[in-house]
Ligand binder design. Structure first.
Ligand code: URA
Length: 266
């Protein structure tokens, strides 16, 4: 017993009535290794090794101890600097849009919409628009702030299009596209242009844009004299179309969602 007179006396605990069970301490959150495993990054055992190796951080701090509990809906969990957990309040999809499908919630002309091709009861909306006759990647989510940010030119999220054009694409035209082409609503410029294939009657190029004005790629290619035959969006920020079949959708992986949130500053 301490004889220090300055030490404050602790109030005595009241005795519990005999036979009463002690209240269980509330255990909040989930074990970190379980959250990492649930995100599909590694097995629980491998997740423990990642923690041991100092490759996991929670809210910006490296965690090396096992058994930490986290709220996966709130904490920012990163493995090797990449966010892996997803806010369970939202859903995120990638769709390979076929030609003839419109990127709106409802079409007055009765054409099929991108929402017809995504199986969810959640109120998802497309991120930006593709023309009815453009094919390829459309992202859809019910995360309103993410939709807003991804579509905003301030964030400069790169969208890559594969464009088949009429004619033999010249290097001069590619340079022109990068320097900026005058359109009726202002100058539009490509971030990068790669010529993939050239033939006498048609060429295949890859063009990266960081904004999304109406019919922008088609108008730009028209303006430099190489009208579009077919336009396909093959990536949007960190998400690629990959081998997703036309008309099919899939859920984004936690890593993809993490990278999307990161490019949007969320
Ligand atoms: N640019 C276009 O011209 N059309 C699209 O659908 C997307 C970008």
């Amino acid at each position: 017993m301490s004889s220090n007179p300055k030490r404050r006396q602790q109030p005595r605990r009241r005795a519990r009535p005999s036979g009463a069970t002690p209240p269980k301490p509330a255990v909040e959150g989930q074990r970190l290794q379980k959250v990492i495993a649930a995100a599909g990054v590694a097995s629980r055992r491998a997740a423990e090794e990642l923690i041991e190796q100092g490759r996991v951080s929670v809210d910006g701090r490296v965690v090396r101890v096992q058994g930490m509990r986290v709220d996966p809906a709130r904490a920012r969990i990163e493995v090797d600097g990449e966010r892996i957990n997803v806010d369970p309040r939202h859903v995120y999809f990638a769709l390979n849009k076929p030609a003839g499908v419109v990127t709106t919630a409802a079409d007055p002309r009765g054409r099929p919409t991108v929402l017809d091709l995504v199986r969810t009861h959640r109120r998802v909306v497309p991120v930006g628009r593709l023309d009815a006759n453009t094919l390829g990647l459309v992202l859809l989510t019910d995360h309103g702030e993410l939709v807003h940010r991804l579509a905003h030119p301030r964030f400069q999220v790169p969208r890559v299009y594969a464009a088949e054009v009429r004619g033999t694409m010249s290097r001069e035209a590619a340079v022109e596209l990068r320097k900026g082409v005058r359109l009726e609503d202002g100058v539009a410029l490509a971030h990068t242009v790669k010529i993939r294939r050239r033939a006498a009657s048609r060429s295949l190029i890859e063009i990266t844009m960081t904004e999304g004005r109406k019919h922008e790629v088609r108008r730009m290619l028209d303006a430099v004299g190489f009208p579009v035959i077919e336009l396909v969006r093959i990536s949007f920020g960190p998400v690629s179309l990959g081998t997703l079949a036309s008309g099919k959708s899939r859920k984004l992986t936690p890593e993809e969602v993490g990278r999307l949130l990161a490019v949007a500053g969320l």
